[in-house]
Design a protein around this ligand. Structure first.
Ligand code: ATP
Length: 134
């Protein structure tokens, strides 16, 4: 089966550099599946899972927003933060979820609400990716 190169980079450095049969990512307009030979495109990424289908199974990476650039032979993901499923610290994500939940319950202005909502989304995404739920 043909493969496509996949490169995931964050401000802290490279997180992933390998090949996959198919890349599935969550863009602002919905889920996008990329096979080798895909037409070139750029799309904003949501907080979500990037799934890499390989011969020996699926690898999952939690991505906290960014951009996806597709070329026929390569997918580049520039992410604000990205963690391989096995590198996710679930205790930390649970703590982050609790903090975000209590901030959402407290009375506060719109900016803080939005910030807490995004923090909750990142934490839930990390927990789901770590469990292999998405
Ligand atoms: P926290 O409140 O726990 O810091 P956060 O969502 O605010 O969570 P980010 O700002 O998205 O964290 O990420 C900061 C750095 O910490 C990034 O390098 C990210 O990959 C890493 N990181 C955040 N949460 C986790 C986690 N649960 N497991 C592994 N790495 C994490």
């Amino acid at each position: 089966m043909s493969t496509i190169k996949v490169n995931i980079v964050t401000p802290d450095g490279p997180v992933y550099d390998s090949e996959a049969n198919m890349v599935i990512a969550v863009t602002s307009t919905g889920e996008l599946g990329v096979l080798p030979g895909h037409i070139p495109m750029v799309a904003p990424l949501e907080i979500g899972a990037v799934r890499l289908n390989k011969d020996n199974g699926t690898e999952r990476i939690a991505v906290s927003g960014g951009f996806l650039e597709v070329r026929p032979d390569k997918v580049t993901i520039l992410a604000q933060a990205a963690e391989l499923a096995e590198d996710i610290d679930t205790e930390r994500a649970i703590e982050a979820r609790k903090r975000a939940e209590s901030r959402l319950q407290a009375k506060q202005d719109d900016t803080d609400f939005k910030r807490a909502e995004l923090s909750l989304k990142r934490a839930m995404n990390r927990l789901n990716v770590a469990k292999g739920n998405i």
